[in-house]
Design a protein around this ligand. Structure first.
Ligand SMILES: N[C@@H](CCC[C@H](N)C(=O)O)C(=O)O
Length: 303
């Protein structure tokens, strides 16, 4: 991709600029809106993310200066840029782990950050990122996982007509809500055309992302995910972190023992993520992030 040092203003006569990127095939429409002037309704987001009539994406990343966004102003001293993340159906989510790596790659692509360490503001708080100099993988500090004392839940699939299956699941918060179920075979989750039923419903007042996990080897698992607001996707970064934490708890691999971090490889349909829980409980995720296209949005999609 050609590297650019400027952001074109969103009021350009030829249409609003966009880019497309993905992290382990979790794909995003990226819209630079540094001054936060774009009125991005849920309907507009859903149109842009539509895979047939729009650009297509699991979600959308609006790139806004923290100082220009009411939800991020308080974080502006720590992080210049705010990731305004939206799910493909237009709903708002607190955090996106693959998205924040792609967001960082965009900032580098646009010449807004240099490789090395920097911070990005998200609805889940400030996240620190490390961009390697060679355009390689991106590492993000995802914060600490929330594992409620009583985190037992149940996940049921089969609401799409297949035979119903139910598994116990663990609730994990990674800034956004997750339910992690260990299964014998990833195919057991079925087609996932419909959202799995997750109980108790009261534990997930804002909906939930659901991960299905199988073992692949020592400290190595594979997962599928049904994302809130997007359906089944090829990857979910926060979901992979939730899976890592649930698996480490199951394995008794608590970090802090001997002062050593616990590291797991998590395979997703779209690639591989490496996730570490440090001795202090901080989760770090490393994985790819690429920009694949850029262009301008027709006014029919953003009237
Ligand atoms: N794909 C993301 C998660 C996006 C948000 C999620 N669908 C939600 O509603 O919480 C990731 O990589 O973490």
């Amino acid at each position: 991709m050609r590297r650019s040092r400027t952001i074109v203003g969103v009021t350009s006569a030829q249409g609003v600029p966009f880019l497309k990127g993905h992290g382990t095939e979790n794909d995003f429409v990226i819209i630079p809106d540094p001054d936060g002037t774009l009125d991005l309704s849920p309907e507009a987001v859903a149109r842009l993310c539509d895979r047939r009539a729009g650009i297509g994406g699991d979600g959308l990343l609006r790139v806004v200066r923290s100082a220009a966004h009411p939800e991020a102003r308080a974080m502006a001293a720590e992080a210049e840029w705010f990731m305004d993340y939206r799910n493909g159906d237009g709903s708002i989510a607190e955090m996106c782990g693959n998205g924040v790596r792609v967001f960082a790659r965009y900032l580098e692509h646009a010449g807004l950050v240099e490789p090395g360490d920097f911070a990005v503001a998200t609805r889940a708080g400030v996240r620190t990122l490390h961009l390697a100099k060679d355009g390689g993988d991106v590492t993000v500090g995802m914060g600490k996982a929330e594992v409620p004392e009583d985190s037992e839940s149940e996940v049921t699939v089969g609401v799409d007509g297949a035979d119903g299956r139910t598994w116990s699941a663990r609730r994990i918060g990674m800034g956004n809500p997750h339910a992690v179920a260990f299964v014998e075979d990833l195919a057991d989750a079925g087609k996932l055309y419909e959202a799995p039923d997750v109980t108790p419903v009261s534990a997930f007042p804002d909906g939930v992302n659901v991960e299905f996990v199988v073992d692949r080897g020592p400290r190595h698992v594979a997962m599928r995910v049904h994302e809130r607001g997007a359906g089944e996707t090829r990857s979910c970064g926060t979901g992979a972190c939730a899976v890592m934490v649930a698996t480490a708890r199951r394995d008794g691999a608590r970090p802090g023992r001997d002062g050593l971090p616990a590291t797991y490889t998590v395979d997703v349909p779209g690639g591989r993520l490496v996730i570490t829980e440090r001795a202090d409980g901080e989760i770090e995720m490393t994985g790819p992030a690429v920009i694949v296209a850029e262009g301008r949005i027709d006014s029919s999609l953003l009237p």
